[in-house]
Ligand binder design. Structure first.
Ligand SMILES: CC(C)(COP(=O)(O)OP(=O)(O)OC[C@H]1O[C@@H](n2cnc3c(N)ncnc32)[C@H](O)[C@@H]1OP(=O)(O)O)[C@@H](O)C(=O)NCCC(=O)NCCS
Length: 200
């Protein structure tokens, strides 16, 4: 149940493996285009997370939900550098992964906090954890003086879009990449924003 879970910023190194499994359960299909081998993908995620750029839900001593974010100060997946990719995958694998991951990369805009992946453990979905993580992220962004939060949601993920709309995100624009559907598995992504009023 959601109420048993506590929300905190960041997690310690002992949780890296659980966090990587959870992130991969949510985004593995997309990430496997960049890094097809599951063991290598998990190794990259485990080592590439920057936990301070995340809020997590903890239950039973384990991470059961993650909301990563990106700002000018850092990004949850910001440790996935070319150097890390090369160490884990070798040069050819790193080149392939680097090119594909760059297609998903989004640049920060001044005054805006960017979401860097939200995922809840499959067995815990539908109990309010995603909603609580988003509310905590919104509170954090407001406290830090950001003017808005931005995210992208793909056309094949209506459940996530419903969640964002319910929390108060508004669609800004939709980009279409029909010619890349064979590679990405989706053909449109909608940019959504949550406007923030700074605390008085
Ligand atoms: C998207 C995701 C993070 C949502 O997390 P979640 O914890 O399931 O979200 P919530 O439980 O807060 O809300 C989901 C649904 O549960 C319902 N719900 C929320 N609290 C509830 C409760 N206490 N009891 C029963 N249902 C509840 C919500 O109404 C919502 O219903 P909907 O699907 O009709 O909109 C999760 O599905 C996930 O990890 N998906 C895979 C990764 C992904 O797609 N990430 C987004 C990329 S843009």
């Amino acid at each position: 149940m959601s109420q048993d879970a506590t929300i905190q910023q960041g997690f310690d190194d002992a949780q890296r493996e659980v966090a990587a499994d959870l992130y991969d359960a949510a985004f593995g299909a997309k990430l496997s285009i960049a890094i097809p081998d599951t063991r290598c993908r998990l190794a990259v995620l485990r080592q590439g997370f920057e936990p301070s750029s995340s809020f997590v839900a903890m239950s039973g001593g384990r991470v059961v939900g993650i909301a990563g974010f990106k700002t000018a100060q850092g990004a949850f997946t910001g440790g996935i550098t070319f150097g890390l990719l090369k160490r884990v995958l070798g040069l050819a694998g790193a080149l392939r992964a680097g090119v594909v991951l760059s297609l998903f990369d989004r640049a920060c805009v001044r005054g805006q906090l960017l979401m860097d992946g939200i995922a809840v453990s499959p067995s815990m979905r539908g109990s309010g954890i995603g909603t609580r993580l988003l509310h905590r992220l919104i509170e954090h962004a407001r406290e830090q003086g950001y003017r808005s939060i931005r995210l992208d949601v793909i056309d094949t993920n209506p459940a996530a879009r419903r969640l964002y709309e319910r929390v108060g995100f508004k669609a800004i624009k939709t980009e279409r990449f029909a010619e890349l559907k064979w590679l990405l598995g989706f053909e449109a992504a909608t940019q959504m924003e949550y406007p923030l009023q700074p605390k008085a």
